[in-house]
Design a protein around this ligand. Structure first.
Ligand SMILES: Cc1cc2nc3c(=O)[nH]c(=O)nc-3n(C[C@H](O)[C@H](O)[C@H](O)COP(=O)(O)OP(=O)(O)OC[C@H]3O[C@@H](n4cnc5c(N)ncnc54)[C@H](O)[C@@H]3O)c2cc1C
Length: 381
């Protein structure tokens, strides 16, 4: 195998976007995937582009999410142009619906939180919500409209990114799992593949999603674990949903091909991707509550995927204390949103540029330090 400037483990959205960014910067790039690229979380996702925090743990990620959302229009334009493929990017805003009798009070709290985080959000009445989305339930009491948010068809985007990366000269190796880092002292010199072949590279970048921690030498930097999500795709000619809709129990995501995806579940059940009756029942029940006419919809597809979750639910992006080794994983529920900014951050780190955003809290070293502590004190978990 010849020598590369950068070898990337993992061909999901994150790995493909990094490969494209580095190749466009003139580096010789190799991308390795355990199977066909883009068949894991990046395929299973809903493709919502929303930096609004779903819980307090995600507040720390808002600046990163906002930066990435702002990059999306140019990112999509260049990927579509380079690949000749469309990505189903929809910039119609998103609507968070509130059902409770205390909706008006909740609304004030949500809007204040959003504005405090620099997010554009408008409080709207139930009637205004139904003017935007006529099929939402009569039980909706109020809503939050976030006009800047969007969605993308993540399956189309992954395919387009991969094609753009190939056209820009990235060498793609499918069915080639990375086994371990190729290490000499405190330097990473590339990767070792499953068949023992060494791939020399100035930089090794681990972007294998929830499987990253299975690569030997990576565990302490990227203690990712799978968080299963189940999805169902519906089609109903009578129902028109224009933008991403949320309730407390579900999100609905319209695609350009007329399908409406329903999802939300987060289950920590290991690497199991079984679609269960209770998972789909709960998605459908919540979907009918939000848009009752969907009860007449045809079920077109069901699937499950594994989000790369981390101990603090924040992504892991940046250099390690091994020269030449970088990590870009752990994007949990926001990897599609964070794809453009992650690729840019990795490219900046490689060039020795300090990111303009404060990214210390996403450093892989935060886990390395905790792991060394455990080893010194003999504690295991
Ligand atoms: C149901 C669901 C809904 C979601 N909804 C959203 C959403 O609405 N918005 C959003 O922003 N995010 C969402 N996410 C999260 C998002 O999909 C992920 O954060 C993102 O796709 C992670 O991308 P990735 O490239 O890191 O990982 P993946 O897409 O999982 O790619 C990892 C790749 O690494 C490969 N690989 C594995 N082991 C090895 C190895 N040893 N060597 C080489 N390659 C290897 C795999 O084959 C795979 O191709 C959702 C996820 C799920 C599952």
């Amino acid at each position: 195998m010849k020598t590369f400037d950068a070898a990337i483990a993992g061909g999901g959205l994150i790995g493909c976007a990094i490969a494209l960014e580095l190749s466009r910067a003139g580096l010789r790039v190799a991308l390795f995937d355990a199977r066909d690229p883009g068949r894991e979380a990046s395929w299973a996702s809903a493709g919502i582009l929303s930096p609004a925090p779903e819980n307090s743990a995600m507040i720390a990620m808002v600046p990163l999410g906002r930066a990435s959302l702002a990059m999306y229009p140019d990112f999509i334009a260049s990927v579509e142009e380079m690949s000749g493929l469309s990505t189903g990017f929809r910039r119609k805003g998103t609507l968070e619906t509130l059902f409770s009798r205390r909706a008006k009070e909740e609304l004030n709290t949500i809007i204040a939180l959003h504005h405090g985080l620099g997010l554009k959000a408008e409080a709207i009445s139930a009637q205004e919500a139904r003017e935007l989305e006529p099929d939402v339930s009569d039980e909706v009491e109020a809503a939050v409209f976030r006009p800047e948010e969007a969605s993308v068809d993540n399956r189309l985007l992954t395919a387009a990114l991969l094609e753009a990366a190939k056209r820009s000269g990235v060498r793609v190796f499918s069915g080639s799992p990375v086994q371990s880092i190729y290490r000499e002292g405190s330097t990473c010199r590339g990767f070792v593949l499953h068949d023992g072949e060494q791939v020399p590279a100035r930089f090794g970048i681990v972007a294998a999603g929830t499987f990253s921690s299975q690569i030997a030498g990576i565990e302490d930097f990227a203690p990712v674990r799978p968080a299963k999500g189940q999805m169902v795709a519906l089609r109903c000619e009578r129902v028109k949903v224009e933008r991403v809709l949320w309730s407390e129990r579900i999100y609905l995501v319209p695609r350009n091909d007329g399908r409406i995806l329903a999802g939300a579940s987060v289950e920590h059940v290991g690497f199991d991707k079984t679609v269960t009756a209770s998972g789909i029942h709960s998605n459908l029940d919540a979907a009918f509550e939000l848009v009752p006419a969907l009860a007449a919809a045809r079920v077109e597809e069901t699937w499950a995927g594994l989000r790369p979750d981390t101990p603090d639910h924040l992504p892991i992006i940046g250099p390690t204390d091994l020269d030449g080794l970088l990590i870009a994983t752990g994007h949990f529920r926001s990897g599609v949103l964070l794809t453009p900014v992650t690729a840019k951050l990795v490219a900046d780190y490689l060039r020795g540029i300090t990111p303009s955003l404060d990214c210390d809290r996403f450093s892989p070293l935060r886990f390395r330090e905790a792991a060394s502590h455990r080893k010194v004190s003999g504690v295991s978990n």
